[in-house]
Design a protein around this ligand. Sequence first.
Ligand SMILES: [Zn+2]
Ligand SMILES: [Zn+2]
Length: 268
Amino acid sequence: MSRTEVVALPVVGRRAVNAHLLLGRHPIIVDAGTPGSGPRIVEQVAAHGVDPRDVRLIVVTHGHLDHFGSAAELRRLTGAPIAAHAADLGPYRSGRGRLPYLPTGPMGRLMARNRKLHEPAEPFEPDIVLTGETDVSDFGVDGRIIPTPGHTAGSVSLLTDDGDLVAGDLVANSFLGLLPGRPANPPFHDDPLANLASLRAMLALGPARLHVGHGAPLDPARVDRWARAEQRRLGRRAARGRLPSRPGDGEAAPATAGSPAPAAGEEV
Ligand SMILES: [Zn+2]
Ligand SMILES: [Zn+2]
């Protein structure tokens, strides 16, 4: 079995928004960045010695614009099929991110007002519609795509047999990477408790390295400690009826009127 190397392809800034290149027997790209970042991604793929036409698969982790924004363009540039989960088909087919954005903290509240976040992307139809765990060894990487719902209903992660977990927005770095190595929530989660359950299920599989859409790779042991503290914090917020929730999503999070007020100790 050949070792699969995972390299970050920064799309915005040094690592504020990342796609990833998986160098297995054949290359796979995970995530497609913001709208218009196809050429930047393809240039970086080539800089790693890979002919973009050799890319076998594009995996889109979820229906937010900073992850699927250039998927259609990247498919044209590489010729590779796109795999994405059925539960986020709405955003993929409309070219608009899942709405409303439900902030996890001050950063999310600030970003929700940013008009760039709401600019539409080119819509696309996934070639492979995911509904469950999916082996990707036929595409050149020994590993599997695993549904990890919560951040959005259709969020997925990719775990290689070497222990690299490419996790999209399951967890992020503080301030989108300004504090590298420090785990935090990304700016938005549709269902924070469901996301945390997905994160803890992935940690239970014992990944060796955790690659995320926002910031540097994270140490799974440190993320595990953060996840335990986050479980307690969310439990306290849920008890006070202060977890944001999308109407009709999940029973654990009671709906609150309007935007929830910031809480002390909230991370971004
Ligand atoms: Zn996201
Ligand atoms: Zn993101």
